[in-house]
Write a protein that binds this ligand. Structure first.
Ligand code: ZN
Length: 243
């Protein structure tokens, strides 16, 4: 690590904490998602290495999550705690999150920031279910059923003779061919938790849609201050380490 990298380490680390870097998705993963969810416009979906700050802070058990982009009108972000495209378990998580993207496409991804119909319906169902809503949530049940099907097909493709095979388009094709029910053009999800919860969820998301960009801009400003102070922070750290 050179001196410039050392000086920028603190502001860069802080920036990545609230704004996880975009992932470069391996071709076999994109091929898998495009093959099993052909109706989704994957150009509108961004993948990130790390969870957003509010998830990593308040929901440490989360391994991945699909959320609307804070400043966008149609884009969707998928965040991974540990992105693993080279194992059946890792690919199952990707298939699970991909299923949420399909559900959201069915419901509607258009809106402003966090004011999107899909997140309003997800939250409304969650509020109606109460405590531990995640385990009972109909959208989660659908996604878990689908990722379990993929895991079964994937594990079956890796017999004791070919466990060392690297994932590529050919292997993905073989997995899908063995279980064609993996291909989904629609999730089949229908919201049925009532208008009251939907309205309450809408009000909640109006607040979040205003609050999140405000916090983001504040954190960005803080990051800029850290950037200006980084030579001093580095010097302070160097003196402490020297002692
Ligand atoms: Zn899920």
């Amino acid at each position: 690590m050179n001196i410039r990298q050392k000086i920028l380490r603190i502001p860069k680390g802080f920036f990545r904490w609230f704004s996880p870097a975009e992932l470069i998705i391996p071709t076999h993963v994109l091929y898998l998602l495009r093959s099993i969810y052909p109706e989704v416009n994957w150009e509108k979906v961004k993948f990130h290495d790390g969870l957003p700050w509010f998830t990593s802070t308040f929901s440490s058990w989360t391994s991945a999550i699909v959320l609307p982009s804070t400043f966008g009108c149609s884009k969707v972000n998928v965040y991974f705690k540990n992105f693993d495209p080279d194992s059946c378990a890792g690919l199952s998580i990707i298939v699970h999150e991909g299923f949420h993207v399909l559900q959201y496409k069915d419901i509607g991804t258009k809106g402003i920031g966090w004011l999107r119909l899909f997140i309003i319906q997800y939250s409304a169902s969650c509020i109606s279910l109460g405590k531990n809503c995640y385990a009972k949530h109909p959208m989660e049940k659908q996604a878990y059923t689908h990722d379990a099907l993929f895991r079964k097909a994937c594990n079956a493709s890796r017999s004791p003779q070919n466990t060392s095979l690297k994932f590529n388009e050919e292997l993905i094709n073989a997995i899908i061919k063995s279980h064609p029910q993996l291909i989904k053009s629609t999730s089949g999800f229908k919201y049925d938790s009532g208008w009251g919860y939907l309205f309450f969820s809408f009000l909640l998301l109006v607040i979040i849609a205003i609050l999140l960009p405000t916090i983001y801009l504040f954190l960005l400003l803080l990051c800029f201050v850290l950037l200006l102070a980084s030579p001093l922070l580095y010097l302070f750290e160097w003196i402490l380490m020297d002692k």
